[in-house]
Design a binder for this molecule. Sequence first.
Ligand SMILES: Nc1ncnc2c1ncn2[C@@H]1O[C@H](COP(=O)(O)OP(=O)(O)OP(=O)(O)O)[C@@H](O)[C@H]1O
Ligand SMILES: [Mg+2]
Length: 398
Amino acid sequence: MRTLIFTGKGGVGKTSVAASTALRAADMGLRTLVMSTDPAHSLADSLDLEGPLGPEPVRITSNLDALEVSIYHDIESNWGVVREHFSQLMADQGVQGILADEMSILPGMEEAFPLIRIKKHKEDGAYDLLVIDCAPTGETLRLLSAPETFKWAMGMFRGAERFLVKPLLRPMSKITPGLNKMVAPAEVYDAVDNMFSQMEGVTSLLTDPNETSVRLVMNPEKMVIKESQRALTYLSMYGMTVDTVVVNKILPLDQDSGYLNHWKSIQQRYMHEVEHAFTPLPIYRVPYYSEEVVGVAKLRRMGQDIYGSDDPTAVRYKQAPLDIAKVGHGSYSVKIKLPFADVSQLDLFQNGDELVVQIGDFRRIMTLPTSLAGLEAGQAEMEGDWLIVPFGAPVGVR
Ligand SMILES: Nc1ncnc2c1ncn2[C@@H]1O[C@H](COP(=O)(O)OP(=O)(O)OP(=O)(O)O)[C@@H](O)[C@H]1O
Ligand SMILES: [Mg+2]
């Protein structure tokens, strides 16, 4: 099963592009599920459904199902017994109601459930393709980094429960009335163990470029491009592979449209920036339609305009074009893939959190992660197709 994750800045067209990709794959004969993980769901609206979508798949066309995840539903069905036990413990300490409920939710848990669903769908084999319509970039990055946060929190939680609470309280509870209810019933331990094992393998599924690709949806606008560059950097750091860039809402050049002509030339300029920032990733271009993209017929047209005769599920790019490794205390090595680069023409500039690599006319602008933004780039060198840039503390700060 392939998984395609669509993300990008708010309002750029993630839901429309995700739904149209899913529809196109389904029309090609693949059993496809499109799933929204954005708490502000709009997938049902995009598909122009009469009623809302829920956490169970609903049939849209003969090969396409859709659902909108409900964190509440997932937490209740997987973690309900743990939540109840903790609420009870908290109530005994005088913490009541919603606060007690909230305290049983571990960091990373809300993000973990959608990821667990990906793994479950892969295992049960009912679909050939899973298309995920994500919340805007920041949330998506939180989602995709959740396995680490969540594993850590679960580890702490399990450790405390297993090694402290249970062994100490169980024998004492037999002789001390009232302690009994503090000892978690067996099903609480089962739920915790179950959550833990469900998370196993999620990271390797997400980071296998043959299984999972992230597709960045953007518009030709300055802030949107900037946010997408940041997303590419962070996704690469998490080991995820972006295989395609989709630039949506491009004003058609062949129509004269008064004051929009100025916008068209601005968009053209930003299209060049997109090319500079995201090469060698394949870039798909989607026109700005004269109406909203709502309903199966319009989504079909969008799918056709994006992919043409290409297979929408093909792995378009396999290698993270960027790799950042910590090589010592306060020093890092940034590896940037620059195939076909003529090193004799290489220039590097650093501008705040941006690293600009210029080779002749070719310019690659990368957003550095925060931990590197204050450090200074050292002497760069090529190793095969890769440019290696060492980063260390600036002189005088060491
Ligand atoms: N190429 C296009 N031409 C015209 N309208 C479009 C195009 N792409 C998307 N839209 C419209 O723009 C609006 C936003 O699109 P969409 O909901 O897909 O964006 P999104 O990135 O998922 O937004 P959000 O961040 O709110 O989830 C919708 O009304 C959609 O129909
Ligand atoms: Mg959306």
